[in-house]
Design a protein around this ligand. Structure first.
Ligand code: UTP
Length: 297
Protein backbone atom coordinates (compact mmCIF):
# COMPACT_ATOMS: atom_id res chain seq x y z
CA UNK A 1 0.00 0.00 0.00
CA UNK A 2 1.27 3.49 -0.81
CA UNK A 3 2.13 6.01 1.90
CA UNK A 4 -0.35 8.62 3.02
CA UNK A 5 0.14 12.11 1.65
CA UNK A 6 0.90 14.37 4.63
CA UNK A 7 3.25 16.98 3.13
CA UNK A 8 2.39 19.81 0.75
CA UNK A 9 4.72 22.16 -1.08
CA UNK A 10 3.53 25.71 -1.79
CA UNK A 11 5.73 27.35 -4.43
CA UNK A 12 5.41 31.08 -3.78
CA UNK A 13 8.72 32.37 -5.09
CA UNK A 14 7.44 33.83 -8.40
CA UNK A 15 7.71 37.53 -9.14
CA UNK A 16 3.97 38.06 -9.67
CA UNK A 17 4.65 40.54 -12.47
CA UNK A 18 1.04 40.57 -13.66
CA UNK A 19 0.08 42.35 -10.46
CA UNK A 20 2.72 45.06 -10.46
CA UNK A 21 2.89 47.58 -8.92
CA UNK A 22 1.00 45.87 -6.04
CA UNK A 23 3.48 42.98 -5.94
CA UNK A 24 6.45 45.33 -5.65
CA UNK A 25 6.03 45.11 -1.88
CA UNK A 26 3.21 42.59 -1.25
CA UNK A 27 3.52 38.91 -2.12
CA UNK A 28 0.78 37.93 -4.61
CA UNK A 29 -0.33 35.22 -2.16
CA UNK A 30 -1.15 37.84 0.49
CA UNK A 31 -3.63 39.61 -1.79
CA UNK A 32 -7.12 39.10 -0.40
CA UNK A 33 -10.32 37.59 -1.72
CA UNK A 34 -12.90 39.36 0.44
CA UNK A 35 -11.00 39.26 3.76
CA UNK A 36 -8.67 36.28 3.46
CA UNK A 37 -5.39 36.13 1.59
CA UNK A 38 -5.02 33.64 -1.26
CA UNK A 39 -2.60 31.59 0.84
CA UNK A 40 -5.28 31.01 3.50
CA UNK A 41 -7.57 29.33 0.95
CA UNK A 42 -4.67 27.09 -0.10
CA UNK A 43 -3.77 26.12 3.48
CA UNK A 44 -7.40 25.38 4.35
CA UNK A 45 -7.69 23.14 1.29
CA UNK A 46 -4.51 21.29 2.25
CA UNK A 47 -5.69 20.78 5.84
CA UNK A 48 -9.02 19.41 4.60
CA UNK A 49 -7.06 16.83 2.57
CA UNK A 50 -5.14 15.57 5.61
CA UNK A 51 -1.93 17.57 5.09
CA UNK A 52 -0.04 18.17 8.34
CA UNK A 53 3.31 19.52 7.07
CA UNK A 54 3.39 22.70 5.00
CA UNK A 55 6.50 23.61 3.02
CA UNK A 56 6.74 27.07 1.49
CA UNK A 57 9.24 27.78 -1.26
CA UNK A 58 9.74 31.52 -0.91
CA UNK A 59 12.02 34.28 -2.14
CA UNK A 60 13.10 37.77 -1.19
CA UNK A 61 10.27 40.10 -0.24
CA UNK A 62 7.92 37.36 0.99
CA UNK A 63 8.32 37.84 4.73
CA UNK A 64 4.66 38.94 5.04
CA UNK A 65 3.79 35.28 4.41
CA UNK A 66 5.87 34.14 7.36
CA UNK A 67 4.32 36.76 9.63
CA UNK A 68 0.84 35.82 8.50
CA UNK A 69 1.22 32.29 9.90
CA UNK A 70 2.91 33.41 13.11
CA UNK A 71 1.29 34.30 16.43
CA UNK A 72 0.46 37.97 16.83
CA UNK A 73 0.60 38.46 20.63
CA UNK A 74 0.02 42.25 20.60
CA UNK A 75 -2.97 41.95 18.28
CA UNK A 76 -4.43 39.07 20.29
CA UNK A 77 -3.96 40.97 23.58
CA UNK A 78 -5.61 44.07 22.11
CA UNK A 79 -8.61 42.07 20.84
CA UNK A 80 -8.93 40.34 24.19
CA UNK A 81 -8.81 43.66 26.07
CA UNK A 82 -11.63 44.96 23.86
CA UNK A 83 -13.69 41.78 24.41
CA UNK A 84 -13.60 40.95 20.68
CA UNK A 85 -13.39 37.21 21.23
CA UNK A 86 -15.16 36.43 17.94
CA UNK A 87 -12.23 38.00 16.08
CA UNK A 88 -9.78 35.89 18.10
CA UNK A 89 -11.62 32.89 16.65
CA UNK A 90 -11.16 34.30 13.15
CA UNK A 91 -7.40 34.32 13.72
CA UNK A 92 -7.38 30.63 14.71
CA UNK A 93 -6.96 29.34 11.16
CA UNK A 94 -3.80 31.45 10.74
CA UNK A 95 -2.04 29.74 13.63
CA UNK A 96 0.20 26.80 12.87
CA UNK A 97 1.46 24.16 15.29
CA UNK A 98 5.15 24.54 16.08
CA UNK A 99 7.21 22.82 13.42
CA UNK A 100 4.27 22.26 11.07
CA UNK A 101 5.38 24.94 8.64
CA UNK A 102 8.78 25.33 6.98
CA UNK A 103 10.20 27.92 4.63
CA UNK A 104 12.92 27.34 2.11
CA UNK A 105 14.29 29.87 -0.36
CA UNK A 106 14.46 29.63 -4.10
CA UNK A 107 17.28 32.05 -4.84
CA UNK A 108 16.34 32.60 -8.48
CA UNK A 109 12.98 32.17 -10.19
CA UNK A 110 14.16 29.38 -12.51
CA UNK A 111 10.72 27.86 -12.94
CA UNK A 112 8.06 25.88 -11.08
CA UNK A 113 10.00 22.60 -11.40
CA UNK A 114 13.02 24.23 -9.81
CA UNK A 115 10.89 25.70 -7.00
CA UNK A 116 9.52 22.24 -6.15
CA UNK A 117 13.04 20.74 -6.32
CA UNK A 118 14.18 23.29 -3.71
CA UNK A 119 11.91 21.45 -1.22
CA UNK A 120 13.49 18.03 -1.85
CA UNK A 121 15.20 17.61 1.52
CA UNK A 122 12.08 18.57 3.45
CA UNK A 123 9.88 16.28 1.36
CA UNK A 124 12.21 13.26 1.60
CA UNK A 125 11.30 9.92 0.09
CA UNK A 126 7.51 10.09 0.17
CA UNK A 127 4.59 11.20 -1.99
CA UNK A 128 3.70 14.87 -1.62
CA UNK A 129 1.16 17.42 -2.78
CA UNK A 130 1.93 20.66 -4.61
CA UNK A 131 -0.53 23.55 -4.39
CA UNK A 132 -0.26 26.76 -6.41
CA UNK A 133 -2.11 29.30 -4.27
CA UNK A 134 -3.04 31.51 -7.20
CA UNK A 135 -5.38 28.79 -8.46
CA UNK A 136 -8.31 29.11 -6.08
CA UNK A 137 -10.96 26.39 -6.31
CA UNK A 138 -14.47 26.71 -4.92
CA UNK A 139 -15.79 23.20 -4.35
CA UNK A 140 -18.11 21.33 -2.03
CA UNK A 141 -15.40 18.74 -1.39
CA UNK A 142 -12.05 20.57 -1.61
CA UNK A 143 -10.11 19.74 -4.79
CA UNK A 144 -7.03 18.29 -3.06
CA UNK A 145 -9.25 15.97 -0.97
CA UNK A 146 -10.80 14.69 -4.22
CA UNK A 147 -7.31 14.08 -5.55
CA UNK A 148 -6.10 12.26 -2.44
CA UNK A 149 -9.08 9.90 -2.77
CA UNK A 150 -8.24 9.22 -6.41
CA UNK A 151 -4.55 8.80 -5.54
CA UNK A 152 -5.42 6.20 -2.90
CA UNK A 153 -7.07 4.15 -5.66
CA UNK A 154 -4.43 4.55 -8.39
CA UNK A 155 -1.18 5.10 -6.46
CA UNK A 156 0.07 7.11 -9.44
CA UNK A 157 1.06 10.72 -9.97
CA UNK A 158 -2.08 12.83 -10.09
CA UNK A 159 -2.71 16.24 -11.64
CA UNK A 160 -5.87 18.34 -11.45
CA UNK A 161 -7.33 18.77 -14.92
CA UNK A 162 -9.99 20.90 -16.55
CA UNK A 163 -11.20 21.64 -20.08
CA UNK A 164 -10.16 25.06 -21.36
CA UNK A 165 -11.16 26.84 -24.59
CA UNK A 166 -8.93 26.58 -27.71
CA UNK A 167 -7.62 30.14 -27.41
CA UNK A 168 -6.40 29.55 -23.84
CA UNK A 169 -4.81 26.13 -24.22
CA UNK A 170 -1.31 27.48 -25.02
CA UNK A 171 -1.08 28.98 -21.52
CA UNK A 172 -1.21 25.56 -19.79
CA UNK A 173 0.35 22.15 -19.49
CA UNK A 174 -1.92 19.95 -21.64
CA UNK A 175 -2.72 16.23 -21.36
CA UNK A 176 -2.81 13.55 -24.03
CA UNK A 177 -4.92 10.70 -22.68
CA UNK A 178 -5.13 6.97 -23.32
CA UNK A 179 -8.10 6.17 -21.06
CA UNK A 180 -10.91 8.42 -19.90
CA UNK A 181 -13.89 7.47 -17.72
CA UNK A 182 -15.20 11.04 -17.68
CA UNK A 183 -13.59 11.82 -14.30
CA UNK A 184 -10.23 10.08 -14.17
CA UNK A 185 -7.93 9.98 -17.20
CA UNK A 186 -4.79 7.96 -17.78
CA UNK A 187 -2.12 10.19 -19.27
CA UNK A 188 0.03 9.11 -22.21
CA UNK A 189 1.57 12.49 -22.99
CA UNK A 190 1.97 15.96 -21.46
CA UNK A 191 3.15 19.15 -23.09
CA UNK A 192 3.82 22.49 -21.41
CA UNK A 193 2.46 25.57 -23.19
CA UNK A 194 1.92 23.96 -26.63
CA UNK A 195 2.14 26.25 -29.68
CA UNK A 196 -1.24 27.27 -31.16
CA UNK A 197 -2.85 24.39 -33.05
CA UNK A 198 -0.52 21.70 -31.66
CA UNK A 199 -2.18 20.88 -28.31
CA UNK A 200 -3.07 17.18 -27.96
CA UNK A 201 -6.40 18.07 -26.27
CA UNK A 202 -8.17 20.83 -24.37
CA UNK A 203 -7.55 19.12 -21.04
CA UNK A 204 -5.28 21.45 -19.11
CA UNK A 205 -3.36 20.93 -15.88
CA UNK A 206 -4.06 23.42 -13.12
CA UNK A 207 -2.23 24.08 -9.87
CA UNK A 208 -2.81 20.93 -7.80
CA UNK A 209 -0.58 17.86 -7.92
CA UNK A 210 0.13 14.69 -5.97
CA UNK A 211 3.58 13.47 -6.90
CA UNK A 212 5.70 10.42 -6.20
CA UNK A 213 9.36 10.64 -5.06
CA UNK A 214 10.41 9.65 -8.61
CA UNK A 215 9.24 13.04 -9.91
CA UNK A 216 11.49 14.77 -7.37
CA UNK A 217 14.37 12.58 -8.58
CA UNK A 218 13.63 13.62 -12.18
CA UNK A 219 13.90 17.25 -11.13
CA UNK A 220 17.53 16.57 -10.13
CA UNK A 221 18.33 16.71 -13.87
CA UNK A 222 17.36 20.42 -13.85
CA UNK A 223 16.62 20.39 -17.57
CA UNK A 224 15.10 23.61 -18.95
CA UNK A 225 11.92 23.35 -20.95
CA UNK A 226 9.30 25.77 -22.32
CA UNK A 227 10.27 29.43 -21.85
CA UNK A 228 13.78 28.40 -20.70
CA UNK A 229 12.33 27.45 -17.28
CA UNK A 230 12.70 24.18 -15.37
CA UNK A 231 9.19 22.85 -15.85
CA UNK A 232 7.38 20.61 -13.38
CA UNK A 233 5.34 19.26 -16.32
CA UNK A 234 8.47 17.79 -17.93
CA UNK A 235 9.46 15.90 -14.77
CA UNK A 236 5.93 14.51 -14.41
CA UNK A 237 5.79 13.59 -18.11
CA UNK A 238 9.01 11.59 -17.69
CA UNK A 239 7.11 9.34 -15.25
CA UNK A 240 4.31 8.43 -17.69
CA UNK A 241 6.01 5.14 -18.55
CA UNK A 242 7.36 4.71 -15.01
CA UNK A 243 6.02 2.23 -12.45
CA UNK A 244 3.32 4.57 -11.08
CA UNK A 245 2.13 6.32 -14.24
CA UNK A 246 0.35 9.68 -14.43
CA UNK A 247 -3.37 10.38 -14.04
CA UNK A 248 -5.50 13.47 -14.46
CA UNK A 249 -8.57 14.14 -12.32
CA UNK A 250 -11.42 16.25 -13.68
CA UNK A 251 -12.27 17.65 -10.25
CA UNK A 252 -15.68 18.92 -9.21
CA UNK A 253 -15.56 22.64 -8.52
CA UNK A 254 -14.95 26.04 -10.02
CA UNK A 255 -11.40 27.18 -10.51
CA UNK A 256 -10.40 30.85 -10.54
CA UNK A 257 -7.10 31.93 -12.05
CA UNK A 258 -6.15 34.46 -9.39
CA UNK A 259 -2.74 34.92 -11.02
CA UNK A 260 -4.54 37.04 -13.64
CA UNK A 261 -6.40 40.28 -13.00
CA UNK A 262 -9.65 39.19 -14.65
CA UNK A 263 -9.62 35.86 -12.77
CA UNK A 264 -8.93 37.60 -9.47
CA UNK A 265 -11.87 39.99 -10.00
CA UNK A 266 -14.17 37.09 -10.94
CA UNK A 267 -13.15 35.25 -7.76
CA UNK A 268 -13.77 38.37 -5.68
CA UNK A 269 -17.32 38.65 -7.03
CA UNK A 270 -18.04 34.91 -6.66
CA UNK A 271 -16.67 34.68 -3.11
CA UNK A 272 -18.37 37.95 -2.13
CA UNK A 273 -21.73 36.63 -3.35
CA UNK A 274 -21.26 33.34 -1.50
CA UNK A 275 -20.64 34.98 1.87
CA UNK A 276 -23.69 35.04 4.15
CA UNK A 277 -22.62 38.37 5.68
CA UNK A 278 -22.25 40.07 2.30
CA UNK A 279 -24.49 38.40 -0.21
CA UNK A 280 -27.53 40.62 0.30
CA UNK A 281 -25.85 44.02 0.08
CA UNK A 282 -23.26 42.97 -2.48
CA UNK A 283 -25.85 40.98 -4.49
CA UNK A 284 -28.07 44.08 -4.76
CA UNK A 285 -25.11 46.07 -6.05
CA UNK A 286 -24.30 43.43 -8.69
CA UNK A 287 -27.97 43.25 -9.75
CA UNK A 288 -28.15 47.05 -10.12
CA UNK A 289 -24.90 47.09 -12.04
CA UNK A 290 -26.07 44.33 -14.38
CA UNK A 291 -29.39 46.03 -15.10
CA UNK A 292 -27.83 49.43 -15.72
CA UNK A 293 -25.26 47.84 -18.06
CA UNK A 294 -28.05 46.01 -19.91
CA UNK A 295 -30.10 49.25 -20.18
CA UNK A 296 -27.14 51.19 -21.61
CA UNK A 297 -26.49 48.66 -24.41
P1 UTP B 1 3.42 32.02 -12.40
O1 UTP B 1 3.62 31.45 -13.73
O2 UTP B 1 2.04 32.50 -12.07
O3 UTP B 1 4.47 33.18 -12.17
O4 UTP B 1 3.89 30.92 -11.36
P2 UTP B 1 4.47 34.35 -11.10
O5 UTP B 1 5.85 34.87 -11.00
O6 UTP B 1 3.84 33.90 -9.81
O7 UTP B 1 3.49 35.47 -11.73
P3 UTP B 1 3.60 36.36 -13.08
O8 UTP B 1 3.36 35.42 -14.21
O9 UTP B 1 4.96 37.03 -13.10
O10 UTP B 1 2.49 37.37 -12.89
C1 UTP B 1 3.05 29.88 -10.91
C2 UTP B 1 3.40 29.49 -9.50
O11 UTP B 1 4.73 29.01 -9.44
C3 UTP B 1 5.51 29.76 -8.51
C4 UTP B 1 4.78 31.09 -8.37
O12 UTP B 1 5.06 31.69 -7.12
C5 UTP B 1 3.32 30.67 -8.52
O13 UTP B 1 2.79 30.16 -7.30
N1 UTP B 1 6.90 29.88 -9.04
C6 UTP B 1 7.09 30.10 -10.37
C7 UTP B 1 7.97 29.75 -8.19
O14 UTP B 1 7.80 29.55 -6.96
N2 UTP B 1 9.24 29.85 -8.70
C8 UTP B 1 9.46 30.06 -10.02
O15 UTP B 1 10.65 30.12 -10.42
C9 UTP B 1 8.36 30.19 -10.87
Amino acid sequence: MQRKVTKAVFPVAGLGTRFLPATKSIPKEIMTLVDRPLIQYAIDEARAAGITEFIFVTSRGKSALEDYFDYAPELEAALEAKGKTDLLGVLDSTNMDSGAIAYIRQHKALGLGHAVWCARRLVGDEPFAVILPDDVIAAEKPCLAQMVEAYEKTGGNMVAAMEVPDEKVSAYGVLDTSEDDGTLVKVKGMVEKPKAGTAPSNLAVIGRYILTPNVMNRLNDKKSGAGGEIQLTDAIAAEIDGPDGVYGLRFNGQRFDCGSKAGFLQATVAFGLSRPDLKEEFGEYIDDLTSSRAASQ
